[in-house]
Design a protein around this ligand. Structure first.
Ligand code: NAD
Length: 499
């Protein structure tokens, strides 16, 4: 593309639309290539997108279930057809190693929402009084603002979009400024699949665009994925107008390896949990707690695994790890590791940037293993969001649980043991929205995901996902003909009596 070309950075009312905000360059983080230059949204564009969604809600909320099921199913099929294209576009934006298999599952989220929509919902209450019938029903909420981070822009949007539009809400998305293109493309495909104009809108831009969206008074529900710090600000914005909000936030998840574990499996799983997606995953197992008796062996295995990781062009299938998604994030990782080392931590692997000769512009960082990390240090408590893991020994099950639970986060945890009673015991004591036993980093559209504490509020995916995007209404129907008067008495026609 020529440097003068500026593409539309908004999708409003079924069409790609130029924004009136700043121009944004989207560059690949491994070679600096200009993927696209787009015009982002101004506050006025945000207001336009919200009013398009409000307008569309009037019809979409009346759309019968079979119509919504048909649109979700058609979009799922289109996502299957475009899996390769979307996967490559996402890699060009955020540099995460190509995973077409992951992209081939995008449609599952939508098919699952369509499936749940056809299941019985609500219930009938036993008559609380003689002639009464009461039932409950789910109703849509209105305009939903969806805000997504850069690490998995499509998946994390689909977790929200499926249930939101299934429940007849309309949506305005604010993707990360690092990854707007894949979201704009998804919106185009949604229109092609038959989603009516205005049901899905996109406004690109930075934090200011996100703020304008969550503060807009016509937004009725907010679904946010991102850092805990931003999540707190979004929660404050949601409080104004008492809007429901879900927050999928960061983590500092512990992977606990007991001495009786299959250590080969544990090392492989823990390394994958920490270094997969270059550690830029909310559920990264960034603290590995290891029983003292096997500490040296596990540490040795982790260092070998880290050193063996091939870094480079994320589109090359022989590469294990791509770059960090932005210069700012690379800088943050470097600062946190340097600070940890200055505070007494030792570098057992990595601990530095990686220079890839054929990709001199790339933001690469070596998978890093830190030891001698104390439980009061920043690196023990704060999310790095990069390929950096702390390995910490423990003496007893109680100490392992105490260490695992000692951060303010509660997103995920792993337990590695061959003792079934121990795994059940520890899994139930860990403070985390997800616990994996003898595995790590498994997600599915039909399993709820979300965090405790500073890792968030609410759950995405799983059988309750439609409830998260609807309100419950109780409907009372009096089948009799007598209605109470203002004194609380009931007139039956023959006599007046108290209940
Ligand atoms: P971020 O919080 O900086 O940004 C997330 C989104 O919010 C972006 O679109 C951003 O532009 C927007 N934003 C920023 N400030 C805002 C404000 N004040 N008001 C409204 N919107 C605002 O997060 P990030 O750096 O893009 O993503 C990384 C973070 O996301 C990590 O902390 C990671 O753990 C978290 N994450 C969580 C999950 C999960 O499911 N729990 C999944 C992926 C990522």
């Amino acid at each position: 593309m020529s440097d003068e070309d500026v593409g539309p950075g908004c999708f409003i009312n079924g069409r790609l639309t130029p924004g009136n905000g700043a121009v944004l360059d989207v560059r690949s983080p491994w070679n600096g290539e200009l993927v696209d230059r787009i015009s982002t949204a101004s506050a006025t564009d945000v207001a336009r997108a919200v009013s398009a969604a409000e307008e569309a809600f009037l019809d979409w909320r009346e759309a019968p279930t079979p119509r919504r099921v048909a649109v979700l199913t058609a979009l799922a099929a289109l996502l299957d057809d475009h899996a390769q294209e979307l996967a490559v576009l996402q890699v060009r934006e955020n540099g995460k190693a190509l995973n077409v298999r992951n992209a081939q599952r995008y449609g599952d989220h939508l098919r699952y929402s369509a499936h749940l929509l056809q299941m019985p919902s609500g219930y009938v209450v036993e008559p609380p009084a003689g002639s009464m019938r009461v039932h409950t029903e789910r109703v849509p909420i209105g305009v939903v603002a969806c805000l997504t981070p850069w690490n998995s822009p499509i998946n994390l949007l689909l977790w929200k979009l499926g249930p939101a539009i299934a429940m007849a809400n309309t949506v305005v998305v604010k993707p990360s400024e690092v990854t707007p293109l894949s979201t704009l493309r998804l919106a185009e495909l949604a229109t092609k699949a038959g989603l009516p104009p205005g049901v899905l809108n996109v406004v690109s831009g930075d934090a200011a665009v996100g703020r304008a969206l969550v503060e807009h008074p016509s937004v009725a529900r907010i679904a946010f994925t991102g850092s805990s710090a931003t999540g707190e600000q979004v929660a404050v914005a949601a409080a104004r107008g008492l809007r429901p909000v879900s927050l999928e936030l960061g983590g500092k998840s512990a992977n606990v390896v007991f001495g009786d574990a299959d250590l080969e499996q544990a090392v492989r799983g823990a390394a994958n949990g920490a270094f997969g997606a270059a550690g830029q995953a909310c559920m990264a197992g960034s603290r590995i707690l290891v029983e003292r008796s096997v500490y040296d062996e596990v540490l040795h295995g982790l260092v070998a695994a880290a050193d063996a990781i091939r870094i480079g062009n994320p589109l090359d299938p022989s590469v294990d790890m791509g770059p960090i998604a932005s210069a700012a994030q690379l800088q943050k990782i470097e600062t946190m590791v340097d600070e940890a080392v200055a505070g007494g931590a030792c570098v057992a692997a990595g601990g530095r940037r990686e220079y890839v000769a054929e990709l001199p512009e790339g933001f690469f960082y070596r998978p890093t293993v830190l030891t001698d990390v104390t439980p009061d240090s920043r690196i023990f408590h704060e999310e790095v969001f990069g390929p950096v893991v702390c390995v910490i020994p423990f003496e007893s099950e109680d100490e392992a649980v105490r260490l695992a639970n000692s951060t303010r986060y509660g997103l995920a945890a792993g337990v590695w043991t061959t003792d079934r009673r121990r795994s059940d015991r520890v899994a139930s004591r860990l403070i985390a929205g997800t616990v994996w036993v003898n595995t790590y980093r498994k997600l599915a559209h039909n399993v709820p995901f979300g965090g405790m504490g500073m890792s968030g509020l609410g759950r995405e995916n799983g059988p309750g996902c439609l409830d998260e995007f609807s309100e419950q209404k109780a409907v009372w129907v009096d089948l009799g003909s007598d209605v109470r008067d203002v004194s609380g008495l009931r007139r039956t026609g023959r006599a007046i009596h108290h209940e």
